[in-house]
Write a protein that binds this ligand. Structure first.
Ligand code: SAM
Length: 268
């Protein structure tokens, strides 16, 4: 595994070990009782019309699998497979699957190196916020998406808009609370971000963390890599809706803050 991947794995596992409010502890109960899926409304709006009953669904960078398990439960899909780097997070995912009986399994490792045995297996691959930013190079990522889809299968990607990588986040010195929309970073930045302030959404606060290395990818690069790796774009919708918390103060101001890309592996 590349150095930055091993470091990211260690940083994610550290973040999960520091989680507060027992992150995930109520997910088995919520997955069984809540009527609303554990998904952003725009994701469910895009997926609910698709014929997913009996389908095989994957999630790349699935974290503790709550979204995948919810999707499998709400669609009547036959099975789900989640892929993630962090072993301790997947241990929780497996426990939740066991407690709920939702037919999902989980695979640990760099998703770009997911075993060939998963090739051609999925009707849908779900990718939600905070997945692409961990990829240095999008080509192997979308090549793996294409390879793992059945012919005719779809990828749904819902993520923070790349424009949001131009703003500093509240944990950074460059963040200006008087002007949170100040453009700090180059949209076309190719240098990685190396952050050591932790994963605040899990730990509840910033902390001195192992380094997280992430990358920004322009929207053009995302679309181009998807197409160059064989996917056909069905829909690309941008929203002025914050889905990351880092840009919550910019919600609804007309700045693109999130997007949804639906693409398909051609049938032949
Ligand atoms: C912010 S979470 C996003 C997942 C999903 N949106 C959620 O909230 O559950 C990002 C996940 O990506 C995983 N990850 C990072 N790099 C990865 C890689 N190369 N292969 C697979 N998983 C990776 C991390 O372990 C983490 O669980």
């Amino acid at each position: 595994m590349n150095d930055y991947l091993s470091q990211n794995k260690a940083a994610w596992e550290e973040a999960f070990d520091r989680r507060i409010n027992s992150f995930g502890e109520d997910h088995a109960m919520r997955l069984q009782t809540e009527r609303q899926p554990f998904l952003a409304p725009e994701v469910w709006d895009a997926l609910s019309p698709l014929p997913l009953q009996g389908a095989h669904i994957a999630q790349f960078c699935c974290n503790n699998g709550r979204e995948l398990m919810s999707l499998v439960r709400h669609t009547g899909a036959r099975a789900g497979v989640g892929f993630d780097l962090a072993g301790n997070i997947l241990a929780q995912a497996r426990r939740i699957a066991g407690e709920t009986g939702i037919p999902c399994t989980f695979v640990e490792g760099d998703v770009c190196q997911a075993p060939d045995s998963y090739h051609g297996q999925f009707d849908l691959i779900l990718i939600t916020i905070g997945a692409l930013c961990w990829m240095k190079d999008l080509a192997p990522f979308f090549a793996k998406v294409y390879a793992c889809l059945k012919p005719g299968g779809r990828m749904l990607l819902h993520d923070a808009h790349p424009v949001t990588a131009m703003f500093a986040v509240p944990q950074e010195e460059a963040f200006d609370p008087e002007n949170p929309a100040r453009l700090v970073y180059d949209y076309f930045r190719s240098d990685p971000f190396v952050d050591t302030y932790g994963m605040v959404y899990l730990a509840g606060q910033a902390y001195d963390s192992k380094p997280f290395t992430s990358f920004s990818h322009t929207l053009g690069s995302v679309v181009t890599h998807a197409v160059q790796n064989g996917l056909t774009i069905e829909r690309l919708t941008e929203f002025s809706k914050d889905i990351s918390d880092d840009t919550a103060v910019l919600d609804g101001l007309g700045i693109p803050l999130s997007y949804l890309l639906l693409a398909r592996r051609p049938r032949t």
